[in-house]
Design a binder for this molecule. Structure first.
Ligand SMILES: Cc1cc2nc3c(=O)[nH]c(=O)nc-3n(C[C@H](O)[C@H](O)[C@H](O)COP(=O)(O)OP(=O)(O)OC[C@H]3O[C@@H](n4cnc5c(N)ncnc54)[C@H](O)[C@@H]3O)c2cc1C
Length: 503
């Protein structure tokens, strides 16, 4: 054996020794087995801290949890198989998003011992299948919910695992499926139920909007600072997602420290308390998972669709007394922070055309709706001539008759006569209860704790309706309950880690 071989062998041995002695280095061992260290893992690594929250919050209908041990050679060899399947379902480039969440838990980590015990893990790797909420603690002991949590008994190779999953789903997914096949794009716009998936898209769009502000260091003056605060106040009171309400309220409470005299620190690393380190909708918010807003091409829909849905969902949640504040907050937000210049300018023109302050929430809801339709009307023409639209989601004057027949008094090729009372009623329900119905459903199915979450969700939403938004900041500072919450958040914040995306 040459000297070079000896040095290589010694280096390899020291790697393996390091990997087996320190938990943090387990990834080194798995990378050797995984073959392609450059490719980011698609399966989501869970542990005792994030297990419940990730599985509770995932939009996916089913989850697979792989219990493994980082020292187990069979697990190491199994990883490429598992990842092949995870590639189909997880991450920004998922082929079939929103269907299955593929996860893994390292049972050799001391901190995960109790978690693995809960599932009676008897060998490695051991795979479980079921609705994500059924994995969450408090949803009943895994042994008792056996009918819903299944052990995957035939998943030794990627092909066999996918076959097993296909049998459960009644699907015919293949390992070679490519992104954006027609069947997973929600092109049936007349399906009323699809809006219930959009709450996840709104969370993502909110997080992306915030990222853009951080990236562009866009809070540059007292004017943009005031505009940012107004928008955050609106979100803290009325965002349909509880975790976004919480995240934005945290920013609001800490704003003076994060942006003294309107000068924000945007640093996104180092664990410091900076605006850049605040996960506006929680640290586990999905990225690249747009479902309701998923386009049939890589560069269509997504963020801008999510932003519209956010705006509509905010509009239906405000009270009469807040309507003009909400209008100003949205207009200023788009004008200062939406980095699409053409969009910003057109939208600003439509904002400036409003001469009398809104007094009724209804008027504001209908203004957002008709403004969106004006944009649609323009884009119908632009996209037809330029061919830049999404072929599966052509722009249309909305809602189509199939979604809301009663919204139409009459319609001809050139003109639609709307029944605005019916449109208002439709929008209130569609972007209100219908939008969060999946959230509620998940909570009802889940644990006692989750039921509280659901009640809390509804309570906040209901309270938010009767709290004038102009008072939101004052409430944050003055209200006892909110003050206590703020203290809690401040304490939490001390232990804050840098922001990271889900997968
Ligand atoms: C404020 C703003 C201004 C924009 N301005 C421009 C622009 O000037 N030029 C440009 O090229 N792009 C503009 N965009 C982007 C454009 O409007 C679309 O968002 C983008 O083309 C993606 O279209 P989409 O098919 O996902 O549907 P979107 O238009 O994004 O709509 C998202 C969803 O909202 C629902 N919806 C549609 N219309 C209405 C309505 N009237 N009321 C309620 N719900 C509705 C539908 O379910 C639809 O799928 C703007 C976006 C925003 C947020």
């Amino acid at each position: 054996m040459s000297l070079v071989h000896l040095v290589l062998l010694a280096a390899l041995l020291s790697l393996v020794t390091a990997a087996s002695s320190s938990p943090g280095s387990r990834s080194i061992l798995r990378d050797i087995g995984g073959g392609n260290a450059d490719q980011k893992d698609k399966a989501v690594e869970l542990n005792s801290t994030n297990f419940d929250s990730v599985l509770h919050d995932t939009p996916a209908k089913y989850a697979v949890v792989e219990f493994f041990a980082h020292w187990c050679p069979a697990c190491r060899n199994y990883k490429p198989h598992y990842e092949k399947v995870a590639r189909l379902f997880n991450g920004p480039d998922a082929i079939h998003p929103g269907t299955v969440l593929m996860t893994r838990v390292d049972c050799a980590m001391k901190t995960n011992t109790k978690l693995c015990d809960r599932f009676d893990v008897s060998h490695y790797p051991m795979l479980f299948w079921g609705p994500p909420t059924k994995f969450v603690s408090g949803s009943g002991e895994p042994k008792k919910t056996k009918s819903e949590l299944l052990v995957i008994d035939d998943g030794r190779t990627a092909e066999r695992l996918l076959n097993w999953i296909n049998k459960q789903l009644g699907s015919s997914y293949g390992l070679d499926d490519q992104k954006f096949e027609n069947e997973h794009v929600m092109s049936n716009i007349t399906d009323y139920k699809q809006i219930s998936q959009a709450v996840y898209d709104i969370e993502e769009a909110t997080a992306v909007a915030f990222d853009i502000i951080i990236e562009h260091k866009a809070i540059k003056s007292s004017e943009t600072s005031a505009s940012f605060i107004r928008f955050i106040q609106l979100l803290a009171a009325h965002h349909p997602s509880r975790r976004c309400r919480k995240g934005t309220a945290e920013i609001l409470v800490n704003y003076d420290d994060l942006c003294p005299s309107g000068k924000c620190s945007y640093e996104v690393s180092g664990g410091k308390d900076t605006l850049g380190n605040f996960p506006i909708c929680g640290k586990d918010v999905p990225r690249g998972y747009y479902m309701f807003c998923r386009g049939s091409k890589n560069d269509t829909r997504g963020f801008s669709c999510g932003l519209w849905v956010l705006m509509h969902s905010l509009s239906v949640r405000i009270e009469d007394g807040e309507s003009h504040f909400a209008f100003t907050a949205l207009c200023d937000f788009v004008n200062n922070f939406f980095m699409c210049d053409e969009c910003r300018l057109h939208f600003n023109d439509m904002c400036l055309s409003v001469k009398t302050p809104f007094k009724k929430a209804r008027d504001f809801v209908l203004w957002v709706w008709s403004t969106h339709n004006k944009v649609n009307e323009r884009l119908i023409k632009d996209e037809a001539s330029l061919g830049t639209g999404d072929p599966k989601f052509p722009k249309m004057i909305w809602p189509p008759k199939e979604l809301c027949p009663s919204c139409y008094l009459s319609s001809s090729q050139k003109n639609i006569e709307w029944d605005e009372d019916q449109v208002y009623k439709f929008l209130k329900n569609y972007y209100g209860p219908k939008l969060i119905s999946l959230y509620k459903e998940k909570s009802v199915m889940g644990s006692k704790k989750e039921t509280i979450t659901a009640t809390e969700d509804m309570t906040v939403a209901t309270n938010a309706l009767v709290v004038p938004i102009g008072a939101a900041l004052a409430i944050a500072v003055a209200s006892c309950a909110f003050g206590a919450l703020a203290c809690y958040w401040r304490t939490q914040q001390k232990n804050r880690k840098p922001r990271r995306s889900w997968n």
